[in-house]
Each structure stands twice: as C-alpha cells, then as structure tokens.
Design a protein around this ligand. Structure first.
Ligand code: BEZ
Ligand code: FE
Length: 297
C-alpha cells in the first residue's frame, strides 16, 4: 500500500515489520515508529528543524570516543537512563519478591561514566581517599537483606570525585583515587574514610552541553558518592549516596536523586572519631544502611 495521508504513512511503516523474526525487536520498533510519528506530527516539524536534529545527532556521534560517550550523556540528561534504571530495578525486585519484607531494597540510580573496574580491595576502616582534595568523612552503616538479616562479606565497590568536583579519570594518565572495594564484617557492618564529594558539572563542551544551554538548564550534579553493592544470592544495586545540603540536590542534571538516597553529613570537631582514629581537623560523618533483595531461587 502506498500511503496517501499521514495516518496511512504510519500504518505503512508499521506493516513493513511483518518480516521481523525477533518479536521483541518488532515490538520495540513498532512502538518507536508510532511515538516518532506522533512526535513529528505533534510539533509539526519543519524541514530545517528536521535537518538541525539530524546534524545534532551526527555531532553527538562524532563526539564519542573510547573515553567519552556523548549518546549516554544525551540519554542521562533527557532522563532516559534513569527511566531504564527505575524500570529495571522494579522488574528485578518484582521477580524476586518472595513475601512480606521488613525493608525495601536500596534504590538504584545511574552508573555514570566514571566507574573504573578493579578498584583495590581495602580493609574496613581504610582511608580510601588518601591525598585526595576534600574534607575527611567517616562513612559507616550495614548491609542487610530485605528481612533485616546482616550480610557478611557483602561488597561495596565505591567511587567518587573529590571535594572540588573532579574525578581521577578526568586527568590524563592519573592513577585511581577515592576508589575501593570494601567487604562487610560478620555483622554486616562497613566503615571507611573518604572525603565529602562536591557537586560538579557533566561535560558541557559538546553537543549535549549546547542542548542544555538551549533548554536553559544548568549541567550540575549534586555532591554524591557512587557504590555498587552486591552479595552472593542477592540482586546487586548500583547507586549513590547524595550529600543532603549540596547545591543542586533538587535539580540533578541527570535526574538521579532519589529521596531515599539523600544522607545528612554531620560535622564534628577535631578529636576521636567513632572508629578510634584521632582527627587533628574537623571531619564529617555519613551513615547509611543498604538493603539487598534475595534473588529468586
Ligand atoms: C556521574 O555521576 O558520575 C555522572 C552521571 C551521569 C553523567 C555524568 C556523570
Ligand atoms: Fe558521579
């Protein structure tokens, strides 16, 4: 059938999916075509605007290198990454749901581009940010399952920028900093020292930065520390802890803040810290209990 109007055009494109052999691929493409056509009609897109869009997507692709993923940044800043994270966690938890729970699993958020596999294993109580700019912070809490049972040997794979908003990875040739893998003790407890991370901007020197500018948006993420939390037999979670009083806590450029992940950082004068370390300068503490859902057998 050759279409003679806009409605028939959409139907004609959808009909060409008849030969698709992968039903999931066909479902995704059918929905994409329907929404794309609806969008074009909704805004009544003009040819020069269509060309601007093509040039924008071309520039996004051209900005990608082995170190930079401008398409993921585009997805992040449009809330698409966070939507996929939310859908994925809801699906994983629904599949693993086994009955009444004392607590909900810790909420997930975006991974971002600065994860570096192979951070050093450090003992409980270690300072994982030795020599890193920023105010010292004592992090502690427990990792349990959703019934409240402590998870011994659960893994926290931690990374953050420094107290000035910079990640080690952003400096060519830099070594790992403010990263570590730490395991819980027999009571599911963890504690370590790092810094209080600062807010920082996502990269704005490419087409996504220009898009944000055009939308009148700032590019900043509130201060946060990333972690992947895992334990055998449990659904792992990739998440952050957010600094409660950080600038941009209510307007994260990538929509990653979830109220359950906002933590009060408490200020302490110099002196003896909770782990017995004697601090010769004021320091902060941040306490957070993580909770993992058991995997369905
Ligand atoms: C981050 O938190 O590291 C991040 C997340 C999304 C885009 C840029 C940075
Ligand atoms: Fe980050």
């Amino acid at each position: 059938m050759n279409p003679s109007n806009e409605n028939e055009l959409t139907l004609a494109v959808l009909e060409r999916l008849e030969g698709a052999t992968d039903p999931r691929f066909a479902q995704i493409m059918a929905s994409l075509i329907k929404h794309l056509h609806a969008f074009l009609r909704d805004v009544d897109l003009k040819p020069d605007e269509w060309m601007n869009g093509i040039q924008f997507l071309t520039a996004v692709g051209q900005a990608c290198t082995d170190k930079r993923q401008e398409f993921i940044l585009l997805s992040d800043t449009l809330g698409a990454s966070m939507m996929v994270v939310m859908l994925d966690q809801a699906r994983a938890l629904a599949q693993g749901r086994t009955g009444a729970k004392a607590t909900e699993a810790t909420e997930a958020t975006v991974q971002g581009p600065y994860y570096w596999e192979g951070a050093p294993e450090q003992p409980l109580g270690a300072n994982i940010a030795e020599g890193v700019a920023g105010e010292p912070t004592f992090y502690s809490g427990r990792i349990t399952d959703t019934s409240g049972k402590p998870l011994q040997g659960a893994l926290l794979d931690i990374w953050s920028g420094d107290g000035e908003g910079n990640y080690d990875m952003q400096i060519e040739g830099a070594e790992m900093a403010a990263r570590a893998r730490i395991r819980t003790d027999e009571q599911g407890r963890y504690w370590y020292w790092s810094i209080q991370p600062s807010y920082y901007p996502v990269p704005v020197d490419g087409p996504v930065g220009r898009m944000l500018g055009g939308m009148g948006r700032h590019p900043n993420r509130p201060g946060h520390i990333h972690m992947m939390v895992s334990a055998p037999g449990h659904v792992p979670v990739t998440t952050h802890l957010f600094v409660a009083n950080s600038p941009y806590i209510d307007s994260d450029a990538v929509f990653g803040v979830r109220p359950s992940l906002i933590v009060d950082y408490e200020k302490h004068p110099a002196g003896k810290a909770p782990d017995g370390r004697v601090m010769d300068q004021p320091y902060w503490s941040a306490h957070y209990d993580f909770c993992l859902a058991p995997r369905q057998a």
